[in-house]
Design a protein around this ligand. Structure first.
Ligand code: ZN
Length: 388
């Protein structure tokens, strides 16, 4: 059997380290131990490494390989946190079967991180081959609120193109959706259910809200469309109301996830939905309290940008699909592109279908191919004789 690619050994190490995002409960250990691992590996490779504090006990790891070309710097970015271990069998024990490697984070997104570490080490070994500076940011909190990448965008480290590692099945992703998540609450008046006329039923109020959401908000979305990511969507995802069976409910709340497409602004979308609700409900006496949960940007990177053109060259050189794709899920890339002005793509091993699932795995070959792809990106990014 061929010798195992070193990126796979790295991925095994990463899977063994529990790094569940602290949002997912008390057993979650957060990113600290993976950060130690990444820092150690990068120091061993001779890279300049520092930690960027993001929130209490949580830090991005930033490794820099400087070859004197700061005006032409490529960023590799991958998050260190995972979703909860859930009902996955042996989530922290890397297991090979059928040319797959199983484990929590295998595809989302430790496979990408392992392949990026491989690329950083290769580049550090042979810096003469680089046409750009290369930076790795292993970030925290992608699975919750993107705090890690937001901190990086606000740092003084300037990059001119970025590759964000997420499971794209080795496809080049230049567009994805963002979201506007919010909570709506109706307030009524509690009363004993034997005298309901003395109360005001918050659940019935919410029924009016839901009718408007379905009839006036959701139905209008099909008219909008984007060539790579399709139309926007909206889902009323949770509902909670009432306290017990003999009390007229005083409160009812829903949580809504509206996915926005490139060209839409999450805040404007949210404001627009609230306008529709207020207008349709104005004669019903129903009022809603609004709480924003998360506003996130869509990704919309120009196909003409240097990072995209280079990605297509490298992909076709490796015999991979070099067409451009859009996906429905969000990633750190949109923050880099929309807030940092950094043209960004998403590229990584594995499929989003296995992310967050109880059967998370990544095709072994994907990890190796992604590692080669990242090396190719670093070695030719911004080279003026590209394609010559
Ligand atoms: Zn991810």
């Amino acid at each position: 059997m061929d010798k195992k690619h070193t990126s796979l050994e790295t991925l095994e190490d990463l899977i063994r380290i529990q790094s569940v995002n602290p949002f997912f409960g008390e057993e979650a250990r957060g990113e600290g131990e993976v950060a130690d691992y990444v820092e150690h590996r990068c120091r061993q490779a001779g890279l300049e490494v520092h930690r960027q504090p993001v929130s209490a006990g949580r830090e991005n790891v930033i490794a820099e390989l400087r070859v004197g070309r700061p005006n032409n710097a490529l960023l590799f970015e991958a998050h260190m946190d995972t979703v909860s271990l859930g009902s996955m069998e042996n989530p922290l024990e890397p297991t090979y079967a059928d040319d797959r490697l199983y484990g929590r984070g295998a595809c989302d997104t430790k496979g990408s991180l392992a392949a990026m570490l491989y690329a950083m080490e290769e580049c550090a070994r042979d810096p003469e081959q680089l046409s750009s500076d290369v930076v790795l940011c292993a970030s925290v909190d992608e699975e919750r609120a993107y705090k890690g990448i937001l901190a990086f965008v606000n740092s003084d480290i300037a990059v001119t193109g970025a590759i964000v590692g997420e499971p794209t099945y080795l496809g080049i992703v230049v567009a994805h959706k963002g979201c506007a998540r919010f909570r709506l609450e109706t307030r009524g008046k509690a009363a004993h259910t034997s005298v309901p006329h003395e109360g005001d039923n918050a659940i019935y109020q919410m029924a009016e809200v839901l009718r408007v959401m379905k009839k006036d908000v959701e139905s209008g979305l099909a008219r909008l469309d984007h060539a790579l990511v399709g139309p926007p969507t909206v889902v009323v995802a949770t509902i909670r109301g009432g306290t017990q069976v003999n009390i007229v409910p005083e409160r009812c709340a829903i949580e809504v996830d509206r996915r926005v497409i490139p060209g839409e602004d999450a805040r404007e979308v949210l404001d627009g939905m609230l306008d529709i609700l207020r207008e349709r409900l104005q004669n019903s006496g129903v009022e809603v309290d609004v709480e924003e949960l998360l506003l996130d940007w869509a990704l919309d990177t120009s196909p003409e940008s240097a990072v995209v053109r280079r990605a297509q060259q490298v992909a076709s050189g490796l015999g991979l699909d070099d067409s451009l794709h859009g996906v429905a899920y969000g990633s750190d890339a949109s923050k880099l592109q929309q807030l940092g002005g950094v043209p960004s793509i998403v590229f990584g091993p594995g499929s989003i279908a296995q992310a967050h699932s109880k059967e998370e795995w990544v095709p072994v070959e994907h990890v190796e191919r992604a590692a080669e792809f990242y090396v190719g990106m670093a070695r030719g990014f911004g080279r003026t004789d590209d394609g010559a």
